[in-house]
Design a protein around this ligand. Structure first.
Ligand SMILES: *Cc1c(COP(=O)(O)O)cnc(C)c1O
Length: 402
């Protein structure tokens, strides 16, 4: 019997992490200081993108993406129902319409064939974008999505919150890291404590597009720029109309312009320090997640009570390890009685009362709904011990086989 409880996910804060945060607290910068730039550049090199923009959380990252892409009233954007609501909500923040499309029951990811079929039914120009989610840590084949998106003139935001370190192999045999900006216009990550890299709260946007990158920087801070080359107002106005003759040909150092409607979506410097410190362990954490996945897979292989599972998949980042079982409620309650706190990911987004108001209803997404009726996410985090995992596995076997 375990005397501690086992959650489905848990952060791991080391003394080194704490030291990194304490150092920033003693420094001159609490927000947007040198740790932000360092975190952005390390993160960009980890995923292989040209640019990275650190923001307050993953939801803010999604919102800035839809803003930067110019989503507006009436735009139609396609996403999966098997995701956290924020993946869809970012479209609504800008007045766009969310169009759910069903998952592939094997991969649990947005089914590209269903997206293709959906796009075919309307004239080109009806839809503006696609938001594929690397659900559970499994990478989407973004090369295929890019090809389809180009055919219809769509943008792609990759929601890679579950998948730092994940990848797919493209048609040339090259490894394409989640968030590397090769095929998606923008990708987003979250540093919520259950995710791979914990910063308390926090998010990151990665891209290879310089124009989008510069828009994101402005939108993150109220739509303000301090870049001389971007100023729109005259030097006379900047200096102050009464200050003639103008003593200098430079814009004064205090001068800045708010040019678009932005937000305060900045990340603090001490959170960036925590993220940066955690990022150093990302690779070893990922290896441990893969090992845990292999052990689950081996344990359930050949057992008929398992109707589906995340499995052993190349490039999977294993934010979650999902199994599908018939008596899901029974297993969930059995777990709770043993202090194992499994979780369900996700209640299909189209069945949330908010989205039902837009006409979505039960039966619209058969594969997602069938998946939801059986799915349960097992404990999965790098500090889960072998003994704890064995306890989880034994409880599952015991529940189904006795
Ligand atoms: C966590 C998560 C988000 C939102 O991130 P926050 O940092 O919590 O705002 C968005 N999409 C997915 C798939 C997530 O798992």
């Amino acid at each position: 019997m375990m005397n501690t409880s086992i959650p489905y996910g848990r952060q791991n804060i080391t003394d080194e992490d704490i030291q990194a945060v304490v150092e920033v607290l003693k420094s001159d910068y609490l927000t947007q200081g040198p740790q932000i730039a360092a975190f952005e550049s390390e993160f960009a090199s980890y995923v292989g993108s040209k640019y990275a923009v650190a923001v307050a959380n993953g939801t803010a990252a999604l919102h800035l993406c839809t803003l930067a892409l110019g989503v507006k009233d009436g735009d139609k954007v396609i996403t999966t129902p098997i995701t956290f609501a924020a993946s869809a909500n970012c479209v609504r923040y800008c007045g766009g319409e969310v169009v759910f499309s069903d998952i592939n029951p094997e991969t649990y990811l947005l089914d590209i064939e269903k997206v293709r079929a959906l796009l075919k039914t309307s004239p080109k120009g009806t839809y503006q974008g696609i938001i594929p989610v690397d659900f559970a840590g499994r990478a989407n084949d973004l090369e295929a999505f890019r090809e389809l998106a180009d055919e219809y003139g769509l943008w792609i935001i990759e929601d890679a919150c579950h998948a730092p370190g994940g990848y797919f192999v493209d048609s040339m045999g090259n490894q394409q890291n989640c968030g590397n900006g090769e095929y998606a216009d923008l990708a987003i990550f979250s540093f919520h404590p259950v995710k791979h890299i914990a910063a308390g709260e926090g998010g990151m946007i990665t891209t290879n597009d310089k124009t989008l990158y510069e828009k994101l920087l402005m939108l993150r801070t109220h739509g303000i720029t301090k870049d001389n080359f971007q100023f729109q107002n005259s030097l006379e106005l900047a200096v102050g109309a009464t200050q003639y003759p103008i003593p200098d040909t430079q814009y004064p150092l205090w001068y800045m312009e708010m040019q678009v409607l932005g937000y305060n979506y900045r990340l603090t410097d001490f959170q960036a320090a925590l993220g940066l410190s955690q990022l150093k362990r990302a690779e070893s954490g990922l290896e441990r997640r893969k090992e845990i996945a292999r052990i689950y897979f081996e344990a359930f292989k050949g057992h008929t009570f398992v109707k589906g599972q995340s499995g052993v998949v190349e490039g999977h980042a294993y934010h979650l390890y999902v199994i599908e079982v018939e008596d899901r409620l029974g297993l969930y309650n059995h777990f709770r009685a043993k202090n194992i706190f499994a979780q369900i990911h996700y209640i299909p987004c189209h069945l949330m009362p908010y989205y039902k108001e837009y006409g979505w209803k039960e039966g619209d997404m058969p594969s997602s709904e069938a998946y939801y009726s059986k799915c349960i996410s097992l404990p999965m985090y790098p500090t889960l011990s072998n003994i704890e995992q064995e306890f989880v596995i034994n409880n599952i076997l015991e529940f189904f086989e006795t």
